[in-house]
Design a protein around this ligand. Structure first.
Ligand SMILES: NC(=O)c1ccc[n+]([C@@H]2O[C@H](COP(=O)([O-])OP(=O)(O)OC[C@H]3O[C@@H](n4cnc5c(N)ncnc54)[C@H](O)[C@@H]3O)[C@@H](O)[C@H]2O)c1
Length: 279
């Protein structure tokens, strides 16, 4: 009994989650807790991480460790400090989820989603989006991946999107009656970041192929998060399963990808999109 179930264990494993205070970061942390591991949240905003910690402690018990660091992942020295503190305390770092990105959300609060046509897309937003979504992920792989390489074992998940596979269908962001120059569009930087992260995965999966460090991409898609009903209807019509996703629907896959249950998987793209990218 439980011969294979035990492969999903993350008992005592230390897993760094960038953007750990955000919507999906919270779910990645739950996956680590479910497996018995220690989530390490990195975010530029303390309040988001506080919310996640409070929820995790309530769900899994006050005695379960959860680490938080207010850290900008584009700053390599700051990442070295996190690494050193974790190594002093635990002596190992076993996983990394490169989850932080400037996510242009239709539900609001994003600096990179606006009615800006491609020719006028500001280069400072482009630079910032690439810095967080690509450079930050690369730096985290350098700093934490090197520890895993030295240990001879580790698992890295790079978070992409269905927009790492297909181009955004800008029609679903359009609003009836809104003048053309005020229609919002998904920024080009998001497509480039989400395609680029797969290149990072493939490069490192081969680079560390013999070193015991597995590197894979997870593509979440179409997360429900209080979007307006018109948008939900339009997006759902593009999905073979006919609906958007619930943030809880990624947790089991993340546990699988971090644990020995996926021990022969590296360089892979795992797509959880209700079938959207095959249609
Ligand atoms: N929400 C979706 O529908 C969806 C769909 C597909 C893919 N994704 C991807 O999932 C990931 C998480 O998305 P989310 O919806 O949770 O976004 P989110 O905006 O809720 O969370 C992102 C977090 O990253 C943090 N962050 C930003 N810059 C940072 C930096 N320099 N250093 C450290 N942290 C930083 C933010 O403070 C925020 O807490 C992203 O990579 C996103 O592209 C999301």
């Amino acid at each position: 009994m439980d011969k294979y179930k035990n492969q999903f264990s993350l008992e005592g494993k230390v897993v760094v989650i960038t953007g750990g205070g955000g919507l999906i970061g919270m779910k990645h942390a739950e996956a680590v807790m479910e497996g018995g591991g220690v989530p390490v949240l990195l975010d530029i905003i303390q309040a988001g991480m506080d919310r996640v910690v409070a929820t995790l402690k309530e769900e899994y018990g006050q005695d379960r460790p959860v680490e938080t660091f207010v850290t900008d992942i584009t700053n390599k020295d700051a990442l070295y400090k996190v690494r050193d503190e974790l190594m002093d305390k635990y002596g190992h770092i076993d996983g990394l989820i490169n989850n932080a990105a400037n996510n242009p959300k239709v539900e609001g609060g994003s600096k990179n989603l606006a009615a800006t046509k491609f020719p006028e897309f500001p280069v400072d937003i482009w630079n910032d989006d690439l810095a967080v979504g690509l450079t930050g992920a690369m730096l985290c792989c350098q700093v934490f991946g090197a520890v895993m390489e030295a240990q001879g074992k580790g698992a890295i998940i790079n978070i992409s999107s269905d927009y790492g596979i297909i181009s955004p269908n800008q029609n679903i962001y359009r609003k009836e009656g809104v003048p053309e120059d005020q229609q919002i569009i998904k920024p080009v930087s998001y497509s480039v970041v989400k395609h680029g992260i797969m290149g990072l995965t493939k490069y490192l999966a081969t680079y560390w192929g013999l070193k015991g460090v597995r590197v894979n991409t997870l593509c979440p898609a179409s997360l429900l998060n209080g979007q307006d009903p018109e948008f939900v209807k339009k997006l759902s019509s593009l999905v073979p399963m006919g609906r958007m996703s619930n943030p809880d629907e990624y947790v089991g896959t993340v546990l699988y990808m971090l644990s020995d249950a996926s021990s022969y998987m590296t360089g892979a793209t795992v797509v959880l999109d209700g079938g959207r990218t095959i249609w």
